[in-house]
Design a protein around this ligand. Sequence first.
Ligand SMILES: CNc1ncnc2c1ncn2[C@@H]1O[C@H](COP(=O)(O)O)[C@@H](O)[C@H]1O
Ligand SMILES: [Zn+2]
Length: 362
Amino acid sequence: MNMEWCASLPKLELHAHLNGSIRDSTLLELTKAFIGKGVINFSEMEHIIRKYNRSLEEVFKLFDLIRILTTDHSTVTRITKEVIEDFASENVVYLELRTTPKRNDSVEMSKRSYVEAVLKGLRSVTSVDVAFIPHCEDSDRIFTPLPAINGHVRKRIFVRLLLSIDRRETTEAAMETVRLALEMRQFGVVGIDLSGNPSIGDWTTYLPALKFAREQGLCVTLHCGEVPNSKEIKNMLDFRPQRIGHACYLGDEHWRQLKSSKIPVEICLTSNVRTMTVQSIDVHHFVDLYKAKHPLVLCTDDSGVFSTCLSKEYKIAADSFGLGRREMFELSRNAVEYIFADSRVKEDLRKVFNSVAKSMEV
Ligand SMILES: CNc1ncnc2c1ncn2[C@@H]1O[C@H](COP(=O)(O)O)[C@@H](O)[C@H]1O
Ligand SMILES: [Zn+2]
């Protein structure tokens, strides 16, 4: 599959972690700024940053490093801005960006001020139009190209936020995240994600917060089956979240339950291969789910950490599973139905696909 075609295809990204999507260049720059402060050893860190295949445990070591480097408000704002620009540049027309609100007393950061720093990042993007406040989006504008500046028509990207609960957190901290998400709905927060190192933490810890989120009308997506844990996978499917991510270690009974539930799955091919949660791309469960016409969406997970981008994920899927332009176009278009934003946004996105179908030669 032609990479340029994949890049020009309008795409929806529904599973991207903010700090996992950090640019390599920014990560190295931030690391250098920490040299001499005695906190980290640069050559050791450079080695981890540049390493290609990392186990799931090593990936979480890298996330701990990223956490040290990105603790102040201005860095959070900067990374957000860059991540939006990067996704928009490859024709992502709708991005659901997830991030874990963090409290850090040493820089007077609260979970709330962390999210405010993210919002500042969204507002500071100038190279593309970012539509993130619900109901303020003038739906006509997406089809009426804005006045061209130097011959370029400005791009537009819808952005919505998911607040993540980290599996290291307590029930109370998870509740705080949900309450914050509810207060921030007016700024485009649409749901809650459960993520973090899948080998730690107990599902029941977060259940009260997840139930509360759902009662209050927030959508929920769960990292499910990144490690073998049959009981947890079953409990997660029983909970019936609006979507799940990964779904690598599902047993036969889980597959039956998943398929009959029709819960959409966020598929992260490169992430799964690099962290070795699937043996190789040709045995990836994408094939089984795709053949069963199960709701699916291709996502990056951590484009920075795994050196990928959404266009690459589309190309990998097309090349590995023998899908043509028509199939890839439909795969991308179908994702519209699984977004957490409201029906007006869905309607706008459907129009985007209809308007480009001809020029995409499908
Ligand atoms: C590889 N698969 C994965 N499985 C589980 N959680 C993951 C993840 N990739 C990323 N995260 C979660 O997202 C955080 C980074 O973004 P934010 O600081 O929230 O913006 C990581 O620290 C981890 O908690
Ligand atoms: Zn993830």
